[in-house]
Design a protein around this ligand. Structure first.
Ligand code: ADP
Ligand code: MG
Length: 698
């Protein structure tokens, strides 16, 4: 860092050791630079005023300029208040204080001129402003322009480090810095994007001269923040693909061609075709593929995975498909074996419950290359599982696997196999670009034709009778239904009781009607869980009462009803995942969100969003707006989002733009060694120095 900017904050005029300690502890401000980056959260235009006569109910805050005409204390005891009549020529209004007004009273004199700022209230037929902010107008020293409001804390306020105090320190800071604030962006970019010079942006953000310049300053600083973030991510990725060579698949191969021409069960959607093209291009490029495939529930990711695997197999390499649960792996194995039935391709299934003798045979088949495609669970990761020449690993539902596990697959070959990660939890593009900066992203944004949208309904507890009657009706038509309860660790005991009570209630109602019920929850032994799931999958039971263990990918096309209990406690993406368990067959399907009566506004918005949309990407965007990126990606990752001014939820377009620019620059100068980029290179190193390594979180 520039030596001056790195100066400890105690050395700033007006700070000293005590305030320095408070600034550090309360606001994380250690250096001049930290204070420079402590941005205001709002501004008040001190040069424009409302007319008292024109105050309207929709005015949230008003700023007035005028004189006091009367000051009086009225009422007695607890009802005592201070009231000051204030006029601006257009009309009059009462300023009122209910507490702590002795001190205020001492500072008010009739005929004094003030600027008043506050929230007008309509009370007993006239407007008043309770507890306004007052600023005495001193002739000749009138404030002009904007006042900046800074985030502060209670402890800071006790030390005089309230918004105004901080504002004063910033003034001192600019004096002491005396224009020594270096530019970080090449002139070409500033010109092209019409960005304010850095020093001007920093001045305007703290001491703005107009609304337009506030906007321009914010834009420049956001842009810079996002641009360096993308530069960092792309640089990391560049280094990755340079180091890692990958198998170059030179031909399409017989396996792919035969399947595509003779055994494809349906025409691919355009989105599937496009994504497949992206994958083929990667596989032919000679470097290592590390690609994230996003697609809503039911968008047909499996078929894309299979076609990719066939490309690899046709080039005499092996493929692997890994799923997070045994049920899911088994379903993939059965489905894919059926699709490949007429072809001569050797597929094997390996899970935790594969018998020892069978396992030994599989190990051998993998080593000598007889097995061309291995499907399984985490069991694939074990060290004893070795391949002859593994060309591609597909990982389904990636959020259940960590980086360490991905890396383990890479090491199964001297040349790392290509990696395709599939997820049904759509992540808004801006987040994907940031969090999976080291992955390329493909998106299937289209569902196969003929899908009936799932009818989603929000119901409250007093409709339970009707709910049961509706489920009964569906079961009598031969369908199956899920009833899902939340179960989270913090309230495990209570949740568990809800689940058991719910089960008992359902049993009482449906058993006498001749329907069977499965229950599945995380506390069961894996074998029992498996058995209960299988009973439902095979139609021996009609109702599945479960906690969210069913979230991941089970496929029961006959199930047409999904009831989600205490739905207000689930996030949008989880609700959408659960809903995706139905609507897989020919019948019209229903998702019923059950909640209590008094749910929060935010929860209500989630319910309304679910009722209003079946599109996972729409939901993901709303989720991002409601919860913010930190929550969405999990708390351990939110530290990475310590952005000072940009907001991944709101500045999506800027993220995109920053990414494109960063890419353009790295395309021509991958190491940033061009003398024109010296500034950038240096600035980037500054940024990285102050940051933990989080580029490879996925
Ligand atoms: P997901 O993306 O959730 O993994 P799947 O791959 O399980 O989705 O596909 C969901 C269903 O859609 C499957 O039954 C599959 O056979 C079917 N499907 C996939 N692609 C198409 C297509 N292009 N046209 C019609 N149906 C398709
Ligand atoms: Mg799937």
């Amino acid at each position: 860092m520039n030596a001056l900017l790195a100066t400890p904050i105690a050395y700033l005029k007006g700070v000293g050791p005590q305030k320095a300690q408070t600034l550090q502890e309360e606001l994380g401000i250690y250096t001049f630079q930290d204070l420079l980056f402590h941005y205001p959260y709002r501004y008040q235009d001190r040069s424009s005023f409302h007319d008292i006569a024109l105050i309207r109910a929709e005015d949230q805050y008003v700023q007035l300029k005028g004189r006091l005409t009367h000051i009086s204390e009225i009422g007695t005891g607890r009802h005592k208040k201070l009231q000051a009549r204030f006029t601006d020529g257009s009309g009059s209004i009462d300023l009122v204080w209910f507490q702590g007004f002795q001190w205020i009273k001492g500072n008010l004199n009739v005929q004094d001129e003030f600027i008043v700022f506050g929230k007008p209230k309509f009370f007993q037929n006239s407007w008043n402003i309770p507890h306004p902010e007052l600023l005495k107008v001193v002739p000749g020293l009138e404030r002009k322009g904007f006042e900046a409001f800074y985030p502060s804390t209670e402890k800071c306020q006790h030390k005089g480090l309230h918004s105004k105090g901080l504002s004063k320190l910033i003034g001192n800071l600019f004096e002491q810095l005396a224009n020594q604030i270096p530019e970080t962006l090449p002139a070409a970019i500033c010109t092209e994007l019409n960005l304010l010079p850095r020093i001007k942006a920093l001045r305007e953000i703290h001491q703005p001269s107009s609304e337009i310049l506030i906007k321009a300053a914010r834009y420049r600083l956001k842009w810079e923040e996002l641009f360096f973030l993308q530069l960092e991510l792309l640089l990391r990725k560049g280094i990755q693909s340079k180091k890692l060579k990958g198998y170059a698949l030179n031909e399409v191969g017989a396996a792919f061609n035969d399947f595509y021409q003779n055994h494809l069960p349906f025409e691919l959607t355009n989105a599937q075709k496009r994504v497949l093209k992206e994958i083929r291009k990667d596989l032919g490029a000679g470097s290592h593929m590390n690609r994230l495939l996003q697609g809503d529930v039911g968008s047909g990711k499996t078929l894309v995975a299979l076609l990719s695997l066939l490309l690899v197999i046709g080039n005499n390499l092996q493929g692997a498909l890994m799923a997070p649960t045994e049920i899911l792996a088994t379903q993939h194995f059965i489905g894919i074996s059926e699709l490949l039935e007429k072809m001569d391709i050797c597929v094997a299934l390996l899970t935790g419950s594969t018998k020892k003798a069978e396992r030994a045979k599989i190990h051998e088949g993998l080593l000598n290359g007889d097995i061309q495609l291995l499907i399984g669970t985490h069991a694939l990761l074990e060290d004893t599982v070795q391949f002859k020449n593994l060309g591609l690993v597909v990982i389904d539902e990636q959020h259940r696997f960590g980086v360490a596990q991905r890396a383990k697959m890479w090491r199964k070959n001297s040349i790392p196999p290509h990696v395709l990660i599939m997820t049904a939890t759509p992540i808004p593009r801006t987040l994907a670009m940031t969090f999976y900066g080291d992955l390329d992203v493909s998106v299937i944004d289209e569902l196969p034709p003929g899908r009936k949208p799932i009818h989603t309904i929000h119901r409250r507890e007093n409709h339970r009778d009707k709910l049961f009657a509706f489920i009964l009706e569906q079961l009598q038509l031969g369908r199956q239904a899920y009833v899902v309860y939340p179960l989270i660790q913090e309230s495990e005991k209570l949740d568990f009781k809800n689940l058991e009570d719910g089960y008992a209630q359902i049993e009482d109602f449906f058993k006498p009607q001749g329907f069977q019920i499965s229950m599945v929850h995380g506390k069961m032994k894996p074998a029992d869980k498996e058995a209960a799931m299988q009973a439902f999958v095979q139609g021996q039971t009609h109702l599945m009462v479960a906690t969210t263990v069913i979230e991941v990918g089970v496929n029961v096309p006959n199930a047409s009803v999904m009831v989600i209990e205490s739905a207000e406690r689930f996030g949008l993406s989880q609700l959408h995942q659960l809903r995706g368990r139905v609507g897989r067959g020919a019948e019209k399907s229903y998702c019923i969100l059950m909640t209590g009566d008094g749910i929060s506004k935010e929860a209500q918005k989630r319910m309304d969003t679910m009722v209003g949309s079946n599109d996972g990407f729409v939901l993901a965007e709303v989720d991002l707006q409601l919860r913010g990126p930190g929550d969405l990606m999990g708390t351990q990752q939110s530290g990475a989002l310590a952005l000072k001014i940009a907001d991944l939820a709101k500045d999506g377009q800027l993220v995109q733009l920053a990414r494109e620019k960063a890419r353009d620059i790295l395309d021509t100068d991958p190491q940033l060694i061009d003398p024109n980029h010296a500034l950038l290179n240096q600035a980037l190193r500054e940024v990285l120095k102050n940051k933990p390594n989080w580029g490879r979180i996925s």
